[in-house]
Ligand binder design. Sequence first.
Ligand SMILES: [Fe+2]
Ligand SMILES: [Fe+2]
Ligand SMILES: [Zn+2]
Length: 494
Amino acid sequence: MLKRDEWIDLARKLEWELSYVSEREAFPEIVSGRTWLPQQEWAGWDEPYRTTYAEYVANQHEKDRSVYAVRAALGKPSDYERLPREWLDALKLHAATLPLAEFAAVVGNLRAVRFGRDSAWRSTATLGALDELRHTHIPLLLMHELVRHSAQFDWTHRFYHSNDWVAIAARHYADELLLASTPIDFAIATNFVLETGFTNLQFVGLSALAHDVGDRMFETMVTSIQSDEARHSQIGGPVLEKVVQHDRAYAQYLVDKWFWRSWLLFAIVTGFAMDYLTPLESRSQSFKEFMQEWVVDQFMRMLDEHGLDKPWYWPIFEQALDYYHHMVYASAYTYRSTVWFNFVVPGPAERTWLRQKYPRSWDDIDPVWNRITERWREADPGNDFSVHGTAIVGFCDLCQIVLCAGTPRNNSATTLRHGGRKYVFCSEPCRWIFEREPERYGAHRDVVKRVLAGEAPANLVALLRRYFGLSFETWGKDAYRGEYAWIDRDGGAR
Ligand SMILES: [Fe+2]
Ligand SMILES: [Fe+2]
Ligand SMILES: [Zn+2]
């Protein structure tokens, strides 16, 4: 029998000459992606870590076995009940937003399996598709079964099929990035931008916190998932290299666009979890510190290696690192019934920690929590709607997230007239992306426009029930019913 090294290069480089169709017909640019180059140009495509299918199956089997062993050992009601309440809300946020996005990534990989321009790329993408299917199945199984403890975990399956405003934003991002992208766009945006940076943040950073919180299930699950990302993310580098060579401006655009869009999403999913929903005693670094370590430093190095520039909006991004997730969290707290997980008010100890971690911004944010604390002091425990906004909020016409970039002192929303319509954006980068591709984004209507068109009810409770698909059991509340030891309902705050 041949040894592995004697056959692997032959097996992964199985190109053949087309005789019945032209290369352009077999790999049309509209599906294969820009920049279209003849196959010979791609022939040097190379993935540094080679894996055979047999090795793949053996490794994955081993990984699955350890995840299922933890599942068998845990899963008693007591394992769930000893987890901190706010941590469970971080889990609900993760469970709804990520597993089915991984499923969209199966499709993105499969498109590369057929339309990727080199056979080694296509073979690696095959394993990538299998990975993403695993990343869909495992969390859907493990996290949806928590529904017996809280109905909000039903949103593990429901979320992407709902018209909840967060789901609209998440689909707007994931449909384009994962489901509908060409293999070239997918390699740069998903494999390069998302998987080498942002997924580390959620899967490695958050798993360290899970370890501290004592959530072995989540820790084992996300560690197991992340170990796959390292392999298939390597598709990104060699594709980017080729596009930089032939169409540098396009490569830079894809990187700039997807870094910004991914940042907005992960600031919510990971930012909320790290700086608000992880109990103080289990926090090691702040979200910003994790971002610096896992995303910013590494991303800068990678851009440099590929001869690309820092995105033009870097000063805006650096300010956002101090503000953005705090702004969205505060905004979402006062609009919490519109989502499927609960929130906590940061207490005096948390606010001291946040001030120390965010010295440049916390003084601006802190008064919001004073006001919310005062409102709770005047309200009965559990009376969420007396500490809640009632007017519908505005959404960005690009990212579909609430218009709350900027700072409490400086509203960064910006508008644009295009094709007889007025658009509003949360930030300059969102507007810039829209202006580059108005035909792609121009027809989308946010929740406010759906309300104005009579498609969605204007009344908040009707909107939650009839349009977002929430119910009293599932809509977001204060995780502690506003009953915090530091809110003294008879006197002042202690
Ligand atoms: Fe994945
Ligand atoms: Fe992935
Ligand atoms: Zn935006």
